[in-house]
Design a binder for this molecule. Structure first.
Ligand SMILES: CC(C)(COP(=O)(O)OP(=O)(O)OC[C@H]1O[C@@H](n2cnc3c(N)ncnc32)[C@H](O)[C@@H]1OP(=O)(O)O)[C@@H](O)C(=O)NCCC(=O)NCCS
Length: 190
């Protein structure tokens, strides 16, 4: 059966929690949150999240009625940061990994971001050694811009994060931006 992608709603809360908890248990190094922090979350809290503005941009991949993957899209709220969107909570059910579900989810996430007026770049963080995720993001044009040492400590073991971004501006937008920076008199090298 083909996989279809759609926005998650409050009615998907139980399936979301179940997939999320299995991801947190099976691949704890891939997420900043942890199983212990989320296993007692009441269903009503997740339902309220999906009914809110903050929970609007979570997408699920479905095989029939079964939720088999998900990804979230966010946007910085502050005026000076609003040009940045980010990807979070990317996860595919173990049984469906390597079948193209992750790529479909990322394509949906990028389509969603493309509709956000004024967003010029997308950021994400991925744990060092997560070859599947890094390969997927690089194939979609994300580039490494940094590394956070000891970003996570899982069961006493420290892990670094690779920081990646993808610019969305076209050349004209970029030259407009550069000329507005030049006319502001602000020295970017400081
Ligand atoms: C990362 C993850 C979301 C990828 O989802 P997926 O459905 O398996 O991805 P896809 O099947 O679309 O594959 C994406 C690409 O990665 C490649 N890939 C898969 N496993 C790989 C591996 N171990 N090493 C290198 N590349 C790999 C695939 O071949 C594919 O590339 P291609 O289209 O050029 O052949 C999934 O592995 C997952 O849920 N991992 C655990 C949670 C996680 O790491 N989340 C990301 C947090 S940043």
């Amino acid at each position: 059966m083909p996989i279809h992608i759609r926005r998650l709603t409050p009615a998907d809360s139980a399936a979301f929690q179940s997939l999320r908890l299995s991801g947190l248990r099976e691949t704890p190094n891939a997420f900043t949150s942890s199983y212990e922090e989320e296993c007692n979350t009441p269903l009503s809290v997740t339902e309220a999240y999906f009914a809110s503005e903050a929970g609007r941009n979570r997408f699920g991949a479905f095989d029939g009625d079964r939720l088999v993957g998900m990804v979230g899209v966010g946007r910085e709220a502050q005026i000076k940061l609003r040009h940045k969107a980010f990807i979070r909570g990317m996860q595919v059910d173990m049984a469906y990994r390597g079948t193209g579900v992750g790529r479909q989810l990322m394509n949906q996430a990028m389509e969603c971001i493309a509709t956000m007026e004024g967003v010029t770049k997308v950021t994400l963080a991925v744990t060092v050694g997560n070859a599947a995720a890094i390969h997927l993001y690089e194939s979609l044009g994300f580039k490494v811009y940094g590394r956070e040492h000891c970003a996570l400590i899982v069961d006493g073991v420290p892990y670094d994060d690779i920081l990646m971004d993808k610019k969305l501006t076209n050349e004209k937008d970029e030259s407009d931006l550069l000329s507005s920076v030049a006319s502001s008199g602000f020295d970017q090298t400081i």
